[in-house]
Write a protein that binds this ligand. Structure first.
Ligand SMILES: Cc1ncc(COP(=O)(O)O)c(C=O)c1O
Length: 456
């Protein structure tokens, strides 16, 4: 029997309390030799991973409800991805698109356009989410030949950490502190986080409406002439900001507003795209067609790849104005091809839509008994469970979140947080149902226990 099949029957398996002896050694060296600018939730030192299972260096086996940051969308080391990488790496490792041509890039671009909402689209390949976002900003400003210098972004957004992407990011002050001056001509407006609407609103739709009116009346009416705005950039579901789903009227309303003033819509699907919400791109849930989409993370099954896909008439930067040595590396593109084949042939989108509804219901039912749960929201396998210390004041349960996540880790379930106090549920889209529910039941037990302790 395949070792992973055997492990799946018993997972999670905790042999030694993590971090075990081998993990402790590596942690010590990590502290010594790596810059410590990350926020690690717990001391997981990974050795191998397959599907939704992760083995650490001390032999513990975990169930991954996080897909290694929404990257392992079709699971870790998917055999078809590994096979495609092996085949391609014997043929060609690198040949830069900046100066040359290869068929793999054309084939992959064609495939990406075919699943995009664009009738006619073009692609630019990059290496990461931040680089795709950076490029999207350049495409938008370049489209107007520099005549529209402003970009409007949303509070709570996370778009990456390179200077341009960071300038539109506004998820946590620590991400920006010390790095100014950032890119100028960026304006941030509230996002319709209807559980904590920044405006007075009785319903989510009222919150969406209030944000749209604020943008039009107060931003476009008082600070910046709309003719100077190149683009709105948004996440269709805010990721790092707390898995925040906008009300149904918001994105269609933003499209209308953009059209009214000739402003482009850049849709950052780095986290929400590539099937994560049960659609190729999350924006499809609202029937909205943006002008530019930035994608990365899950696109190549774990290899570094980013892509900008946009309407052909917008993707028109002139020769010499944008390029990247490794963007569209042939091995990453082969992996991407395999990811797309798996998503299509295994009907992954339908599965995620169905299971996502079941998981949402599971947490909504649980919230009837666990008052630590303030809000449950999401689409597909991008589900946020927001924890609050008191449902009336909605005080974020930050410490409790950290405690819960750590306790789950110790029991062999990998989850992390988002926003101030949100548990993010983002398992591989292909996770076995049995494993999914086993992991969720452990999370449920820990949530109930913690809830009792908070109330005691
Ligand atoms: C929505 C979104 N955009 C951009 C990024 C940046 O991607 P990367 O870390 O690959 O640069 C992220 C990363 O979490 C993201 O969630």
């Amino acid at each position: 029997m395949d070792e992973w099949v055997r492990l799946a029957e018993q997972a999670p398996i905790i042999r030694v309390e993590p971090p075990g002896p081998k993990a402790r050694e590596i942690l010590e060296e990590d502290r010594k030799y790596l810059m410590q600018s990350f926020v690690r939730w717990y001391p997981l030192v990974v050795d191998t991973a397959r599907g939704a299972l992760v083995k650490d260096v001390d032999g513990n086996v975990y169930i991954d409800l996080n897909s290694a940051l929404a990257v392992a969308n079709i699971g870790h080391t998917h055999p078809r991805v590994v096979e495609a990488i092996k085949r391609q790496s014997e043929k060609l490792l690198h040949f830069s698109l900046t100066d040359f041509y290869y068929e793999e890039a054309v084939r992959a671009a064609k495939r990406l356009v075919s699943v995009s909402p664009f009738e006619e689209g073009k692609v630019f390949f990059a290496n990461s989410g931040a680089e795709s976002v950076e490029g999207s900003l350049k495409v938008a400003r370049g489209h107007f030949r520099g005549k529209r210098p402003y970009i409007i972004g949303f509070l709570g957004a996370f778009h990456g950490r390179t200077m341009g992407a960071l300038s539109i990011t506004s998820s946590k002050p620590v991400q920006r502190k010390w790095f100014s001056p950032l890119v100028p001509n960026i304006i941030h407006v509230p996002y319709p986080y209807s559980y904590r609407c920044p405006f007075h609103a009785e319903t989510p739709e009222e919150c969406g409406e209030a944000v749209l009116s604020y943008i039009e009346e107060w931003i476009l009416g008082k600070i910046v002439d709309p003719e100077e705005v190149a683009a709105f950039i948004f996440e269709p579901i805010q990721g790092e900001g707390g898995y925040i789903v906008p009300p149904d009227n918001f994105l269609p309303g933003l499209r209308k507003l953009a059209d009214k003033y000739g402003i482009l819509l850049i849709d950052d699907e780095v986290q929400a795209g590539i099937g994560r919400t049960g659609r190729w791109f999350a924006v499809e849930h609202w029937g909205v067609v943006p002008d530019i989409i930035a994608t990365a993370k899950g696109i190549a099954g774990g290899l570094p790849l980013g892509a900008i896909v946009g309407k052909s008439e917008v993707m028109n930067l002139p020769p010499g104005s944008h390029a990247s040595t490794f963007g569209g590396n042939p091995v990453s593109l082969a992996a991407m091809n395999a990811v797309f084949e798996v998503i299509e042939s295994e009907r992954v989108l339908d599965r995620v839509s169905r299971l996502g509804e079941e998981v949402l219901k599971f947490f909504r039912d649980l919230s009837a008994e666990v008052s630590l749960i303030g809000d449950v929201r999401g689409k597909g396998f991008m589900i946020g469970v927001e924890l609050v210390r008191d449902r009336r004041t909605k005080e974020p349960a930050k410490k409790e979140l950290a405690e819960l996540i750590n306790r789950c880790f110790k029991r062999g379930v990998l989850v992390i947080g988002a926003g101030l106090s949100v548990v993010r549920i983002a398992p591989p889209l292909t996770i076995e149902e049995e494993l999914l529910w086993r992991a969720l039941r452990i999370l449920e037990e820990e949530l109930r226990k913690l809830d009792r302790e908070v109330r005691a």
